[in-house]
Design a protein around this ligand. Sequence first.
Ligand code: LLP
Length: 413
Amino acid sequence: MHRFKYKHNALFCEDVSVAEIAEHVGTPLYIYSKNTLIDHYRKIENALREIAPLICFSVKSNSNLSVLRALVAAGAGLDIVSGGELYRAKCAKASPRKIVYAGVGKKKDEILEAIRYGILFFNIESQEELELINRCAGTLRKKVNVAVRINPDVGASTHSYITTGKSHTKFGVDFDTAKKIFRLSWKYRNTRMNGVHVHVGSQILNSRPFEKAVRKVLVFLKENEIFIEYLNIGGGLGIVYSFEKPQTAASFAMRVLPLIKKTGLKLIVEPGRFISGNSGIMVTKVLYRKKTAGKNFAIVDSGMNDLIRPSLYEAHHTIVPVRKSKKSAKIKYDIVGPICETGDFLAKGRSLPSLRQGELLAIMGAGAYGYTMSSNYNSRCRAAEVMVDGAKFFVVKMRETYKNLVRGETGRN
Ligand code: LLP
């Protein structure tokens, strides 16, 4: 459930009209519902309450400081993958003991910074990375927690670009390598190898892949007599974009909790999309309409630079008018952006009530991997971001200006 609803044919975010926000802030525009964010966080917290896991919100899904602050204040930890995300975590005043750091390509300065900040865990993805972390910890005279990210070779029935738990992907290490790493743990004296991490993919609609991965890991630990304290089962819980029927947090818990409960392991989860996805929309304006042989195009003021998911994954986002018109016949539109690429579209062949020039459209489910994957391609300024809390709204990221676009360029030649 999210808090973007029509009231008298006008789309509202919580108690604020979306059109009113757009009028004040302009378009394209991202709008986040603070109370939806918190509700979704609580859903996971409640479902897993029995074993009180550490819930680390995946910063890559939505890294706006106001989003992070709201979740941190609600008790969330953070899952980070770069020095930049660590910096954001610090700005959001996240407790270091609730930060876990994954990613296949951590650099030395990023590792040093994370150790200095005192994060809870590094999720290591190769033996060479472990060696570097061990050396860095030695230099700083610290002992750091390390979880070995295992690639369990489990499919996730999701888009191939967001499948991460199959053996052909770059993520984690296979069971044999993990075994070798655990056997050599005595060598890495500045680390405490007391965790295992698995993350099998994203937008996963049923609990089977999670269950399968957890079972495989538990068998591995038992067979090899490896004793750890933490099990991090990653993120990946899918959400509704259109007609999906994803598992609920409660049904996920029902499948996964019994497996973990009996082990006594401390659980870490890293949901991103589940919390942020349906907490945000993108609002765009129809600039022009045109008809070509057999097609109706609606050209809008946001494109693949603002929301790349449709272009990159052929992702389907529900699109609705911000003001519902009195019954007009539906027309099939390709909703396209201003970018000079054929692949620049938000939707293809989408049935919508006949669109007017200047009308506003809401792209639903844009709170995860929306703004964070946006770019300045075609030298377009990134959109503004707004947060709504009840009847109040505030800009949480200003729209970029042309000056922002050339910041750092020296113009030398
Ligand atoms: N943990 C790790 C180690 C991850 O790599 C990810 C996402 C997450 C947690 C959070 O996954 P979530 O709960 O949000 O599914 N850009 C793609 C999604 C890429 C996901 C990358 N990793 C998209 O727009 O669908």
